[in-house]
Design a protein around this ligand. Structure first.
Ligand SMILES: Cc1cc2nc3c(=O)[nH]c(=O)nc-3n(C[C@H](O)[C@H](O)[C@H](O)COP(=O)(O)O)c2cc1C
Length: 193
């Protein structure tokens, strides 16, 4: 890969593959927030041009308030076999209502939707270990209708990257490039790995 535009295309291809295939290396990146917290999240969509990355979450989870407060997030993805690391950062927002969240909710599988039926939001204290799902929903596939009640707490996280750091390590020492989003799209330069 000798051209900077090939690097952008490579990052896009890796993230597209991550969305399409749950076994892909970058399927579950680390999402960081400006409060210093990090967590694994499943990448649900990557728009062309790396314009937006989409994740799904529970509106009750602490990261939602953090993102509303700071308006930024970072995404770290790693392919161990290829020894490629992607670091992206940019504007972040939560969409809990509206067309984007509605469409994501409608497209979600019932088992994914079931998570949002938990009686307690992520991080809430529990008296015993467990999922916080109502007992009658454990060990079975809920009906589509049963999951509808969870729509209220379902939210979409959108990250619009404005920086990308691409690194591949190899026997020769590796290649690294850093990009910023300019008026005309991604502008990058090679840097030492
Ligand atoms: C394999 C795996 C996949 C996960 N996917 C998501 C996800 O897509 N969305 C999400 O909000 N949390 C996901 N989580 C849980 C988060 O890592 C985190 O524990 C939770 O969202 C609470 O985060 P917070 O306290 O920072 O808000 C996943 C965890 C694991 C282990």
């Amino acid at each position: 890969m000798n051209r900077l535009e090939d690097i952008i295309a490579d990052a896009q291809a890796r993230l597209d593959a991550a969305v399409a295939d749950r076994h892909a290396a970058m399927h579950s990146p680390v999402v960081g927030t400006p409060d210093g917290e990090m967590r694994i999240m499943v990448l649900r969509a990557a728009a062309p041009g790396l314009n937006a990355l989409r994740f799904h979450t529970d509106a009750r989870s602490p990261k939602v308030a953090t993102i509303a407060r700071y308006g930024r997030a970072s995404v770290l993805a790693h392919d161990p076999a290829a020894r490629v690391q992607l670091r992206l950062a940019g504007l972040a927002r939560i969409e809990q209502h509206g067309a984007l969240a509605d469409a994501a909710w409608d497209a979600a599988a019932v088992f994914s939707r079931r998570c949002y039926l938990a009686t307690h939001g992520p991080g809430a204290a529990l008296a015993e270990p467990g999922s916080a799902l109502p007992a009658d929903l454990l060990g079975r596939r809920p009906t589509h209708e049963e999951t509808e009640a969870a729509r209220d707490v379902f939210a979409v996280l959108v990250v619009e990257p404005d920086t990308l750091d691409w690194l591949r390590l190899d026997a020769q020492g590796g290649v690294r490039a850093r990009f910023e989003r300019g008026e005309q799209g991604w502008v990058g330069n090679w840097v030492a790995p």
